[in-house]
Design a protein around this ligand. Structure first.
Ligand code: F6R
Length: 254
């Protein structure tokens, strides 16, 4: 695992955007489409901002890029302000020249959800899986909506949110009861199929999980993100806030 510490959100945006743009350029030079695995949430926003800025500057062309989002709530209308469809449109998709047919976000309102998750995995597989998967992390170690538990999903599937995640995500909803309890998420194998993975951890509030990830003690389904240690090309990017606070925890333990 490579570790990269960035000063702040701006540097995070630059660092991850460099990786994204390099992959798009290389793939386009080979006459292929770059396949990006994308995340929602607060953490990747500086990356989308920087990518949009570079697009407006003429530094990157998204026309031949294919995207797959990690997850989406079940039974939340796509037009809802909290759906991940809305998030992606507002923060990224509407601002770039990507071909909309190449944008994939699970459909949490599909009539047949079992069919939807199988189909999502199939399309991803047919696209050759992600050249790059971008990830944030929950305080409880979830990635995508792969929540801690005895069993983790291997492939894209249906999952139930833990109370901790419902509480964390309620900051965007008027009422905690409005937070959907179920979601579609890429599974652990789906994520690990990516050629390259970048996991971002920012802010002091993530210090406990940042310390856990930095210690690399072992792999456990109690912290799904620890399965990422199995990946040969994993980069953990932390901002100074998260990194310094995590180091304090690590130092206080020795
Ligand atoms: C979002 C996702 C989640 C978030 C995680 C952290 O698509 O898959 O795993 O990455 O909940 O969210 P933020 O960045 O809002 O702290």
């Amino acid at each position: 695992m490579k570790i990269k510490v960035v000063k702040d959100k701006k540097e995070l945006g630059n660092f991850v955007s460099d990786i994204v743009c390099k992959i798009i350029k290389e793939k386009n030079e080979e006459g292929e489409k770059a396949v990006l695995g994308l995340a929602t949430g607060t953490t990747p926003i500086p990356v989308y901002e920087e990518l949009v800025r570079r697009y407006n500057n003429g530094d990157v062309d998204f026309f031949n890029t294919v995207t797959f989002n990690l997850d989406e709530y079940i039974n939340l209308p796509q037009e809802d302000k909290n759906s991940y469809h809305t998030f992606m449109n507002e923060n990224f998709i509407e601002h770039i020249n990507i071909n909309k047919n190449n944008v994939h976000i699970p459909d949490g309102n599909a009539e047949d959800l079992e069919e939807e998750v199988k189909n999502y995995e199939r399309i991803l597989q047919d696209s050759g899986y992600q050249d790059l998967q971008i990830l944030g992390i929950g305080h409880n170690g979830h990635i995508g909506f792969n929540e801690p538990g005895e069993f983790l999903l291997a492939d894209t599937g249906i999952t139930h949110l833990t109370n901790e995640t419902i509480k964390a995500n309620s900051r965007f909803f008027e009422n905690i009861n409005d937070v959907p309890k179920d979601a579609i998420t890429m599974g652990m194998r789906t994520i690990l199929n990516a050629d390259k993975i970048v996991l971002m951890i920012t802010g002091e509030s993530k210090k406990e999980i940042a310390a856990k990830m930095l210690k690399q003690e072992g792999i456990t389904s109690k912290y799904p993100a620890t399965l990422l240690y199995l990946h040969p090309d994993l980069t953990l990017v932390l901002d100074e806030e998260a990194y310094n606070a995590a180091q304090e925890i690590i130092n206080s333990e020795v």
